[in-house]
Design a protein around this ligand. Structure first.
Ligand code: CMP
Length: 496
């Protein structure tokens, strides 16, 4: 605005100043103006162009902003003002060419036209925008302050919705509901499908849907929903003189879908979304008063991963499950396993921890839940303990001392971090009393393991014998070499 005022003042000053100089010069030194000198031509050119600017300003203020704006009931599109201003300047320049410079106006206009064609080809996109803008202005389907929606032809692009703020010579400005400004090239406006919500009247019908249970009779449902939407029509933004309606729209497994139709003046002040919110909220309120609610799906489907087997050994059931996996107890009934589970003592051991030591007294049986344990035997022949077996999850140990009362026959040491369960002799005795077949499994294990232990002892003896022979043969071999080397040296003395 300040820029426009400044330019107007400058133009007015330029006219006054140029005319004053011309007047002064013609009075003081008329010969300076005679003979078609350059000074009067420049002064007249400035006067004419500044005058054209003042004329345009006058047209703006008096015609566009007062008469036309009043007639249209809004703002005059900038493109009309620009076009008229261009015509005024064109006429002025033709006058300057013809009258001041005494040149052929037709030739000037032809040259201008030729230049225009070249320029037009170079910037045809701009010209396309320009003429589309003109067309939009002239046909009057979209004017400033209209609410429009542009639906791009491509299915992927989302529709653009907003109020027309300006239709310029290149683009149209839309103010969206979010308060942002969209600058849309006029050619886009011409190509897209435009929905004008403000025409032919400001009122527009919208609709929203709600599902109700099929057990609610349609008459009742319509009565309640119509009452709800009808109670809203006097609210601001709704159109009071247009009746809302409720229709059955479809049926589905959820229920019966009702279509609620209502009239609003979009964005004045309600947006369709806000209006829908108001209608549905009121509908739910009325349904609640009637003891009803929107329908819900009757089928509930839960998606879950297929349960992975997981044992919780802190519970009796979990421990019973653990015992089921131990070969010793596979023959037991669930009831026996549960009784046994209650007696289990849980031990968590780090690697290298010794559970039972060879030679110690013991009256407990162990069941391995997690990890691995080495069975080590010390023999008289071998200085280091020999590993005779490695036991894992589901195995048991300690049965030898438990059953025979003899000291532990081997050392059992955790090879990895381990979880084991301890059973007392009394518990095992009670179990054997109830289920004698357990004693058979234990006895068989004792027998098999003893054989294993004896073999280890024998192997250790054999290995010890082998080691003793190897040591002795080494010593003999050294003696023999010494002896023969001495004999050879005495037979063939080395010369000194
Ligand atoms: P016990 O003698 O009470 O303590 C050491 C345990 O090591 C022993 O019971 C058996 O349970 C176990 N054991 C001994 N020898 C073997 C073997 N050869 N194989 C597996 N386990 C054994």
């Amino acid at each position: 605005m300040y820029k426009v005022r400044f330019l107007t003042i400058v133009a007015a000053l330029a006219v006054v100043l140029c005319q004053f100089v011309l007047l002064f010069a013609s009075a003081i030194a008329p010969e300076a103006l005679a003979g078609g000198g350059w000074l009067p031509k420049v002064l007249w050119t400035i006067t004419c162009l500044a005058g054209a600017h003042l004329v345009n300003r006058a047209i703006d203020v008096l015609i566009w902003d007062r008469l036309v704006a009043k007639a249209l009931g809004g703002t005059v599109p900038a493109i009309l003002k620009t076009m008229v201003a261009v015509v005024v300047y064109l006429v002025t320049m033709s006058m300057v060419v013809g009258l001041v410079y005494e040149q052929n106006v037709a030739a000037f206009l032809t040259a201008l036209g030729a230049g225009g064609v070249v320029l037009g080809l170079a910037v045809r996109g701009i010209f396309s925008d320009l003429f589309t803008g003109l067309a939009v202005n002239l046909d009057g389907n979209v004017v400033i302050d209209d609410w429009i929606q542009l639906s791009p032809r491509s299915a992927q692009a989302r529709p653009l919705l907003g109020r027309v703020r300006e239709i310029g010579w290149r683009s149209t400005q839309l103010e969206t509901e979010d308060g942002t400004l969209l600058i849309i090239p006029n050619t886009v406006l011409a190509e897209d499908l435009v929905t004008n919500f403000t025409r032919p009247t400001a009122s527009t019908r919208y609709e929203c849907t709600i599902d109700l249970d099929p057990s609610v009779p349609c008459d009742r449902a319509k009565r309640i929903l119509l009452g709800a939407v009808r109670s809203l029509v006097i609210s601001r933004g709704f159109v009071a003189d247009k009746e809302p309606a409720v229709l059955v729209s479809s049926t589905s497994e959820i229920g019966i879908q009702y279509l609620i139709r209502f009239w609003i003046q979009p964005w004045n002040p309600l947006s369709p979304t806000t209006a829908c919110d108001a209608v549905l909220s009121r509908a739910i309120q009325h349904l609640t008063v009637a003891g009803l609610a929107p329908a819900r799906g009757k089928t509930e489907i839960f998606y879950d991963r297929i349960a992975t087997p997981r044992m919780d050994d802190t519970t009796a059931e979990g421990r019973s499950q653990l015992l089921q996996g131990v070969q010793l107890f596979t023959s037991l009934e669930e009831e026996d396993r549960l009784l046994l589970a209650a007696e289990l003592k849980r031990l968590v051991l780090p690697a290298k921890e010794t559970v039972v030591a060879q030679g110690d007294n013991g009256d407990t049986l162990y069941i391995i839940a997690e990890g691995a344990l080495d069975v080590l035997v010390k023999t008289e022949q071998a200085p280091e303990p020999v590993r005779v077996a490695t036991l894992g999850a589901g195995d048991f140990f300690g049965e030898m001392s438990l059953l025979t009362g003899e000291p532990r026959r081997a050392t059992v040491q955790a090879a990895t971090p381990t979880v084991i369960y301890e059973l007392s002799r009394d518990t095992v005795a009670e179990l054997i009393e109830r289920r004698p077949d357990v004693a058979d499994v234990l006895s068989r294990a004792v027998a098999e393991r003893r054989v294993g232990l004896d073999a280890a002892h024998r192997n250790a003896g054999h290995a010890a014998k082998e080691a003793a022979v190897a040591t002795l043969s080494g010593q003999v071999s050294r003696l023999v070499r010494d002896f023969f080397s001495r004999r050879i040296r005495s037979s063939f003395p080395v010369p000194s």
